[in-house]
Design a protein around this ligand. Structure first.
Ligand SMILES: C[S@@+](CC[C@H](N)C(=O)[O-])C[C@H]1O[C@@H](n2cnc3c(N)ncnc32)[C@H](O)[C@@H]1O
Length: 223
């Protein structure tokens, strides 16, 4: 059985089981092979925009006797992928790229979406919020000294509230403190450059306010 890193194991756990699943931007192909080895989905597919990573995924599948159990697509996002999937996994890329992948897909509103963004989290969550998705479940996971966030989104009522979905996560307080320190440094740098009236300053200050609110909220759970 293929061994997933803690980051990919968190992604796979959020995907659950049942129906059809595609891993978009699969690269090494570990996640779809793990789905096949565990017999979790009726149909498993993997796609990548680049030929070399897609070949890597096929090699992983070949080594594990799973080549004929996975459909492989060379595709920018879901554009060249036929049919639709009940679960879509997108991990290990920036939040903006994730938005570019899901936003043109006509059936995305019917799918369960599993994300593990490496950057630009706010861009992704605000797109999901605007498009009527809710955050069903989220987790922070430590892997090789870094903390990653992964979550599952689905169309629903009430707005996309990632902090709420992370309520009680033991890694959240540390993450928020690190984000506060990062924003303090960035804002101090802009103040030194006399850029307090810039749009960048405003954006960071707003983010700092959200982080401060979240830190206050978290401190109430810990009492
Ligand atoms: C850093 S790897 C992540 C691999 C794996 N998903 C993971 O989380 O470990 C990112 C992969 O996404 C692919 N990729 C980037 N943009 C893409 C797009 N628009 N559509 C499909 N794949 C894309 C890249 O070619 C690369 O193989």
């Amino acid at each position: 059985m293929i061994r997933l890193s803690p980051r990919l194991a968190a992604v796979a756990a959020l995907a659950g089981s049942g129906g059809s699943v595609i891993d978009v931007g699969t690269d090494h192909g570990y996640v779809p092979v793990w789905f096949v080895e565990n017999g979790l989905f009726r149909r498993v597919a993997a796609s990548d925009i680049n030929a070399a990573p897609l070949e890597r995924a096929k090699s992983t599948a070949r080594e594990r006797d799973a080549l004929d159990k996975i459909d492989f697509y060379l595709s920018d996002g879901l554009k060249a992928v036929p049919g639709r999937f009940e679960t879509v996994v997108i991990a290990g890329m920036g939040g903006e790229t994730m938005v570019d992948i899901i936003s043109p897909c006509p059936w995305i509103g019917q799918a369960r979406l599993i994300f593990q963004p490496q950057s630009k989290l706010a861009e992704l969550t605000s797109w999901l919020d605007g498009a009527g998705f809710v955050c069903q479940e989220a987790v922070l996971v430590e892997d090789a000294g870094k903390v990653y966030v992964a979550f599952r989104a689905k169309k629903g009522e009430g707005g996309f509230d990632l902090p709420r979905a992370l309520t009680g996560d033991p890694l959240l307080p540390g993450c928020l403190e690190r984000e506060r320190a990062r924003l303090d440094r960035a804002l101090a740098g802009l103040r030194r450059g006399a850029r307090e009236d810039s749009a960048a300053y405003e954006k960071l200050a707003h983010r700092q306010e959200l982080v401060e609110n979240a830190i206050r909220e978290v401190s109430t759970w810990q009492r």
